[in-house]
Design a protein around this ligand. Structure first.
Ligand code: 13P
Length: 258
């Protein structure tokens, strides 16, 4: 079964709402109808930009999906500074990144938090992009596979096979994020395959063959074609290069270089 590629731009804490509007409009000029038909594209601006970007996507009829970078798992309450999944759903957000290594490492999110978020995102009919990935120390110690499989299984704990099938998993080795160092296509493929086999072991063939797995970590126009050519890599979660409309468009158009 062919999996529809999915390429996502995680803008992190970059761009106010005016800059965000410009970026998404510029991106839409760069992309052709065939690009959007071949690849699902999502953008994940900061919370303060979501409403503006949603309005532009809607009014200009731009077929790019709106995503968020994070949410809380509770429906509402005394959680100063947090945003509930229902608030995102109401803004036509359809994808929510969860368990990003920056959230885990800087803000102390645990596997248990991530699991609650995955469930809350699904409850509001959005799709989680569940991130996993090892540090350089863990890789050098030979612990990468255990860490990544553990994060994936913990993040999906308690979900039905039907629910898991709809999720996206992003493998992002921490040592490759924002460093300019990309995992080689072979290393990235090996770990994405490991994620798929972990899913196969727990949920069976149908789920394992349906889940889309992204690679993230210094994806650029130059390395995207080789990464995307790997059998178990179905997409990319792009940070820095997604802030440049031309670079991000070239990544989305990776197939033209294959
Ligand atoms: P870079 O593409 O800047 O390495 O960021 C990757 C990432 O963390 C995307 O979520």
């Amino acid at each position: 079964m062919a999996r529809m590629p999915i390429i996502s731009g995680n803008w992190k804490m970059h761009h106010n709402h005016l800059e965000a509007i410009q970026l998404v409009q510029k991106l839409s000029y760069e992309l052709k109808k065939e690009d959007i038909e071949a690849v699902e594209v999502t953008v994940h601006p900061p919370f303060t930009d979501l409403r503006s970007v949603q309005t532009v996507l809607d009014s200009d009829g731009i077929p790019i999906a709106l995503g968020a970078q994070h949410c809380h798992f509770e429906e509402k309450g005394a959680f100063t500074g947090e945003v509930a999944p229902s608030m995102l759903a109401k803004l036509m957000v359809t994808y929510v990144i969860t368990g990003h290594s920056e959230r885990r490492e800087i803000f102390g999110e645990t596997d248990e938090d991530v699991n609650k978020k995955v469930k809350a995102i699904l409850k509001h009919e959005m799709t989680p992009i569940l991130c996993c990935g090892e540090t350089l120390e863990e890789r050098e110690a030979g612990d990468a596979e255990t860490k990544v499989a553990g994060q994936v299984l913990a993040g999906l704990k308690g979900l039905s096979a039907d629910q898991v099938q709809t999720c996206v998993v992003a493998y992002e080795p921490i040592w490759a994020i924002g460093t300019g160092v990309t995992a080689t296509p072979q290393d990235a493929q090996e770990m994405c395959k490991h994620v798929r086999e972990t899913l196969r072991g727990k949920y069976g063939d149908t789920v394992a063959d349906a889940v889309r797995i992204q690679y993230g970590g210094s994806v650029k126009p130059g390395n995207a074609p080789d990464l995307m050519a790997q059998p178990d890599i179905d997409g990319a979660l792009v940070g820095g290069a997604s802030l440049d409309a031309v670079d991000f468009a070239r990544i989305i158009q990776y197939r033209l270089a294959i």
